[in-house]
Design a protein around this ligand. Structure first.
Ligand SMILES: Cc1cc2nc3c(=O)[nH]c(=O)nc-3n(C[C@H](O)[C@H](O)[C@H](O)COP(=O)(O)OP(=O)(O)OC[C@H]3O[C@@H](n4cnc5c(N)ncnc54)[C@H](O)[C@@H]3O)c2cc1C
Length: 373
């Protein structure tokens, strides 16, 4: 088989890229090792459409998040994907946290986030009577989305433009050829097969660093190496159904390693707390949620939900962030790199696509298309 572009990984990023390249007229083949799309980070997240006030001004995350927010709502309207633009309060639980809110507001304005403002006196109490805070910001463009429906629509659109979506096909390596790459993969029957591709996009999520290393790139020098950072969720009991109408986030952790234990409402009206932040010692996809964390979750959320009781929460799912290992820690920016300058023309690495990757998927795919077209 010969294609214009091979895409490794069928999470939301690989799907968006495959869709965009196929729409742009390329013959595309996508390789996904699981038997369907979105079995890793893309189905284990908060399903929040972020607005873009957290990320450093000028960063790829900030730029793509602000663009992706609007693009995602427009896509959902055009493709019948369920979403609700329910808005978000970011709350300071004590007056000492107000300067942190001021900084978020200033960054949001600098990043071009629409509608971000202080909540007016009485507004939080009226909109969210369960929430106690000293001050709050209101972000009207933050929302929630049916991420499975979004991925299905990307897969449908990619297929409608001729992309081959290879579920159960595991990428196994690639070699440079005169005009592209010979890509090796294992079929669902376990056979090793090959195709030639003029271009390759590495959207392998948690394995993106290994895929890049396999092409001879020094992932430590390039700061592509990933660690696994687990985020666990706890679900609120039915006692809370309908009692929270918006997303409620505390002031983020210092260094932006996570956004703090927040409340997300889902499209079914339920609510969850999380995710927390736990760097895993080993790179294993361990999605267990230890029930003994309940107290820490209840304590964290209890700072702004005074009526929350320990017995109101039970372990829910976990997801694992693909976080780049960089000096100083924190939450590093995305890598979107065409590697022609490193001897791999037409090869794009997408590394460290953690939150807000779901929100950024569409403009990120446009960026990849611009690099490869
Ligand atoms: C806890 C958590 C909460 C989050 N919350 C939000 C949020 O609210 N809003 C938001 O915008 N973003 C959020 N994110 C980020 C978002 O989920 C990710 O940025 C996004 O899902 C990344 O998509 P991806 O396609 O890069 O990765 P993945 O979804 O992990 O997909 C990578 C795919 O590559 C495949 N793959 C790997 N190796 C191979 C191989 N050798 N051969 C074939 N296939 C391979 C994997 O099987 C996988 O399907 C969150 C992430 C986490 C973990």
């Amino acid at each position: 088989m010969q294609v214009d572009a091979a895409v490794i990984g069928g999470g939301v990023i690989g799907l968006a890229v495959a869709m965009r390249l196929a729409r742009g007229g390329m013959d595309v083949a996508l390789l996904e090792r699981h038997d369907s799309f979105g079995r890793e980070a893309s189905s284990r997240n908060s399903e929040v459409v972020h607005a873009g006030m957290y990320y450093p001004t000028g960063s790829i995350k900030a730029r793509l998040c602000v663009a992706g927010n609007l693009a995602l709502y427009a896509w959902c309207d055009a493709h019948g994907v369920r979403y609700r633009r329910i808005g978000k309060f970011i709350v300071a639980t004590s007056p000492d946290e107000s300067p942190a809110l001021e900084a978020i507001l200033a960054r949001g304005v600098a990043n071009g986030v629409q509608g971000l403002r202080w909540a007016a006196a009485g507004e939080l109490a009226r909109e969210e009577p369960e929430v106690r805070a000293a001050a709050a910001l209101w972000s009207p463009f933050t929302g929630i989305i049916d991420s499975h429906g979004f991925m299905q629509s990307l897969a449908d659109e990619a297929a409608a433009h001729g992309a081959l979506l290879g579920w159960g096909h595991a990428y196994a390596g690639a070699e440079r050829t005169a005009d592209g790459y010979e890509v090796r993969y294992r079929s669902p029957e376990g056979l090793e097969e090959r195709m030639t591709a003029s271009r390759v996009v590495n959207a392998a999520g948690l394995a993106a660093d290994e895929v890049a290393a396999g092409m001879g790139l020094d992932i430590d020098a390039l700061q592509y190496r990933l660690c696994f950072v687990r985020g666990c969720y706890f679900r609120l009991s039915d006692r809370w159904t309908g009692r929270l109408a918006h997303l409620v986030y505390p002031v983020p952790h210092a260094g932006l390693s996570g956004l703090g234990v927040h409340v997300t409402v889902d499209l079914a009206g339920g609510a969850r707390l999380g995710p927390d932040v736990e760097v895993l010692a080993e790179k294993v996809q361990d999605y267990r949620v230890a029930s003994d964390r309940a107290e820490a979750f209840a304590r964290a959320a209890g700072t702004y939900l005074p009526n929350l009781r320990l017995e109101d929460i039970r372990p829910d799912q976990a997801g694992i962030r693909a976080r780049r290992v960089v000096p100083g820690g924190g939450a590093p920016d995305f890598i979107i790199a065409e590697e022609g300058g490193r001897g791999l023309p037409g090869w794009v690495n997408l590394v460290g696509i953690e939150s807000p990757g779901l929100t950024c998927a569409l403009p990120l795919a446009d960026t990849v298309y611009a690099l490869l077209a």
